[in-house]
Write a protein that binds this ligand. Structure first.
Ligand SMILES: [Zn+2]
Length: 132
């Protein structure tokens, strides 16, 4: 059995940041310049037309949000192209729909039953542990 999981205390279950983390365009640009293009803060600040301390503040906030998304399981809402994955409990059919706020249910296009969205890639409700 490959990839047997160890039982360890899950820190991830303690802090949760529900809802989406929204980045401002400045924060995205700061992340891009600093972490993707690898510019120094002075270079990046110049490109964005802000002072270096201001750039530092923007970058810090952007990284905090990114960490909340990665560690805390918050979803990232940047462009509005967020989709929800639905899976029908009745027939097992799985499909995606554009994320629109407020709608918590969908109708299965396959069998017509009403179901709730599931979060893709999240397994937070683990019960118990596997023992070695
Ligand atoms: Zn169905």
């Amino acid at each position: 059995m490959p990839g047997r999981r160890r039982c360890r205390r899950s820190y991830a279950e303690v802090p949760a940041y529900p809802g989406a983390v929204e980045f401002t365009p400045e924060e995205l640009e700061a992340l891009r310049l600093a972490d993707i293009e690898g510019l120094t803060q002075i270079e990046a600040a110049e490109k964005m037309g802000v002072s270096q301390p201001t750039f530092h503040r923007i970058l810090k906030e952007a990284r905090r949000k990114a960490s909340m998304a990665v560690v805390g399981g918050a979803s990232i809402d940047v462009t509005g192209n967020v989709v929800r994955t639905f899976k029908c409990r009745n027939c097992g059919y799985s499909w995606k729909e554009p994320f629109t706020s407020g709608i918590m249910e969908a109708v299965c296009p396959n069998c017509g039953s009403v179901i709730s969205p599931v979060r893709p890639g999240r397994r937070r409700r683990r019960r118990g542990c596997w023992k070695d």
